[in-house]
Write a protein that binds this ligand. Structure first.
Ligand code: PLP
Length: 399
């Protein structure tokens, strides 16, 4: 007998990865240049030179210690460097003891949910949302409560969030800049959200933690990304270098329990416990030490900004409706029929890979990852037009 819940997860991979795998197969069959793959958020910008230099320098170190185990929450020197970086960059107190190094944001969020939630609790997410939030909430034996954002701005609906908070709400997870819609939440909205969380927390006699999922913190096109722990004290940041340093397959990130939380030390101990329980200990050591040497290396967003400009102009010319992205490298486009899956399937007939919105908890849209080669974006114009035309074919009339 096997665990049926785990079997179901394994048998039905998330839609992003399903389409990504399909794309790999099609590329092998018909050639990569013939597939317009907007499926996954794999950065198209190479990792900065500083990353390569750090790798090479570290490989010259002692050949045993370079591959050694570190303590479960990470190398003490790496945790101290990350804490110092947070402190300097955001002007806050940050102790190494409140930093837990992880294998990317995925393990950071799974650990955090398990650390601060009890079985049966509710975790709120604005929707659309990153699909794996549901998986990680279920791992923590919690229910994910979806609260649709406002349309057409795709900004937080704070009144709806307030209505969704119950005595069982232990956390809310937000992601700004946002995957999949590209929205960046301004400080005023976050301040209003903080006021609601404080008030409802007082009403129900419990702390509502804000889990801030920040893979795209640096990837913005002029918008300002507020530092959330400075706005809402009970915040736990989940960060990853997957996007900012183009290291998605290397699996490296961190959790920072805001030092100003009254029981930060207790939460950090629970974070360590959850990391242990889930088997997420001692993140890849070489990567820990690489990122510690690259903390001040800026993300290169110029290519994404260019792709964004090319894609939005193209879609506008053809006639598609979409949300102008302020950050991240995703574009949220309205499907040309109510069934996003059917629209995505029709796009596939043109070798165009668009992720349907349903698994993001929202009907009728698709997501395009534009962290791909500029040439692919330009070359996709024909199939985007053909897809549009297939829904707008002139009807023939007799007489
Ligand atoms: N959260 C969001 C919003 C993401 O877009 C991603 C990855 O694309 C993750 C979490 C997971 O990040 P990582 O690949 O570092 O585990």
């Amino acid at each position: 007998m096997i665990n049926q819940q785990m079997y179901a997860l394994g048998a039905a991979p998330n839609k992003i990865r399903e389409l990504f795998m399909y794309g790999l197969g099609r590329k092998a069959e018909i050639g990569a240049e013939n597939v317009y793959d907007y499926s996954i958020g794999n950065p198209s910008v190479p990792a900065p030179d500083a990353v390569r230099e750090a790798f090479l320098a570290l490989l010259e170190d002692d050949p045993v210690s370079v591959h050694e185990y570190t303590p479960s929450p990470g190398d003490p020197a790496v945790r101290a460097a990350i804490a110092e970086h947070i402190s300097r960059r955001f002007g806050v107190e940050a102790a190494a003891a409140n930093v837990y190094v992880t294998s990317g944001a995925s393990s950071a969020i799974a650990i955090t949910f398990c650390a601060v939630c009890q079985p049966g609790d509710e975790i709120i997410t604005p929707s659309p949302y990153f699909p794996e939030y549901k998986t990680w909430a279920h791992t923590a034996q919690c229910k994910l409560v979806e609260v649709p954002v406002l349309e057409p701005s795709f900004q937080l609906d704070i009144d709806a969030i307030e209505r969704a908070i119950t005595p069982r709400t232990s956390a809310i997870i937000i992601n700004t800049p946002n995957n999949p819609v590209g929205a960046v939440y301004p400080a005023e909205a976050l301040e209003r959200l903080a006021e609601v969380l404080r008030r409802k927390g007082d009403e129900f006699g419990r702390t509502i933690y804000l889990v801030s999922d920040e893979p795209y913190r640096e990837i913005v096109y002029g918008a300002e990304v507020p530092y959330i722990p400075a706005i809402y004290t009970d915040t736990i940041v989940c960060y990853t270098w997957s996007k900012s340093l183009s290291l998605p397959g290397e699996r490296i990130g961190y959790i920072h329990v805001n030092d100003a939380i009254g029981n930060a030390a207790e939460i950090s101990t629970a974070v360590s416990g959850a990391g242990r329980a889930l088997g997420y200990i001692c993140a890849p050591v070489l990567l820990q030490r690489v990122v510690a040497r690259c903390l001040d290396v800026p993300a290169d967003v110029a290519e994404y900004a260019k792709n964004r400009a090319i894609l939005t102009e193209m879609l506008r010319e053809i006639g598609y409706e979409f949300v102008e992205p302020d950050g991240a490298f995703y574009l949220w486009m309205r499907a040309l029929e109510p069934d996003a899956q059917a629209f995505s399937d029709r796009a596939k007939e043109h070798e165009l890979l668009l992720v349907p919105s349903d698994s993001f908890g929202c009907a009728g849209w698709v997501r395009l990852s534009y962290c791909i080669a500029e040439s692919t974006i330009r070359a996709s114009r024909g199939v985007l037009q053909a897809l549009w035309d297939s829904y707008h074919a002139p009807t023939l009339t007799c007489g």
